[in-house]
Design a protein around this ligand. Structure first.
Ligand SMILES: NC(=O)c1ccc[n+]([C@@H]2O[C@H](COP(=O)([O-])OP(=O)(O)OC[C@H]3O[C@@H](n4cnc5c(N)ncnc54)[C@H](OP(=O)(O)O)[C@@H]3O)[C@@H](O)[C@H]2O)c1
Length: 247
């Protein structure tokens, strides 16, 4: 056990979705705690911006569209041995059920569920997660509550939680832990995009006793789940919602 159980010094951590929002904040927080970060995203310029803000040396930026099998494979090859994996890449598309089509379902499912699962499969099959490593999925409070227009997204986020529990049982013999974070609304570009689709977020905002979250709030939780501080925790989902669901 490290002297500081929250330290990530020397740990190698893959963060997907690192070109924006929560992934970027998590990459920054991990580097600040001493991790070597493999940051992945699609947009090369924004990914380079993230890479430029990471403290310390040895970080990698790997551009990859994670719905493309070849690009996932290229990312896996670039990763080497990992102590932590944080699956942040994801999209939100709002539409009431009567308006969704197969394309909508497939678009959201492919990046929110298939991509993190198939990426995890490749990394595990190649034995790239070190013993006592930690895998973290970004689920959402949407997996637990009903919000009109969010059905497909919510389904993908609930599926992550269900699979995460089974995966946790499969890898526990190697001391690898698997958990989910389930944040409610956090101020990121994803939220800004949602805001353009609805008239106003004022009513939503008012329902949060502690207000909307900040990316750093989620990043601090990710550091906890990646570090030895959470060595006894696996198969869990941390709801972080500013008091939304108790109010
Ligand atoms: N913000 C919230 O309120 C909130 C709440 C609960 C859960 N979450 C979850 O947290 C995760 C991050 O959300 P965020 O708010 O940080 O969103 P964001 O700012 O929109 O960032 C999304 C990230 O996912 C990447 N991405 C999207 N499609 C991809 C693809 N096909 N291949 C590779 N990367 C792809 C984006 O890459 P490029 O930009 O480079 O294309 C970007 O880095 C998501 O899974 C989201 O569902 C967010």
């Amino acid at each position: 056990m490290r002297e500081d159980p929250f330290s990530l010094t020397g740990a190698r951590v893959l963060v997907t979705g690192a070109s924006s929002g929560l992934g970027r904040a998590i990459a920054i927080a991990c580097a600040r705690r001493g991790a070597i970060v493999v940051a992945s995203g699609r947009d090369p310029a924004r990914l380079a911006e993230t890479r430029g803000t990471l403290a310390g040396d040895g970080h990698l930026a790997v551009t990859a569209d994670l719905v493309e099998p070849d690009e996932r494979e290229r990312l896996v090859a670039a990763c080497g041995s990992l102590n932590g994996v944080v699956h942040c890449a994801g999209i939100s598309r709002l539409a009431p059920m009567r308006m969704i089509g197969a394309q909508h379902l497939s678009d959201v499912w492919k990046i929110n569920y298939e991509a993190p699962m198939l990426l995890t499969q490749r990394i595990l099959a190649k034995n790239q997660v070190a013993a006592n490593g930690s895998i973290l999925f970004l689920s959402s409070i949407a997996a637990f509550i009903g919000v009109a227009g969010v059905g497909v997204y919510s389904g993908t986020k609930a599926a992550l939680i269900a699979t995460m529990r089974c995966l946790a049982m499969e890898v526990v013999k190697r001391g690898i832990r698997v958990n989910c974070l389930a944040p409610a609304l956090v101020e990121t570009p994803l939220l800004a995009a949602t805001e353009t689709m609805v008239a106003s977020m004022d009513q939503q905002r008012a329902a949060y006793p502690l207000g909307f979250g900040r990316p750093e709030d989620v990043a601090n939780a990710a550091v906890f789940f990646l570090s030895d501080a959470s060595r006894w925790i696996t198969g869990t989902t941390l709801v972080m919602d500013g008091g939304l669901t108790i109010s």
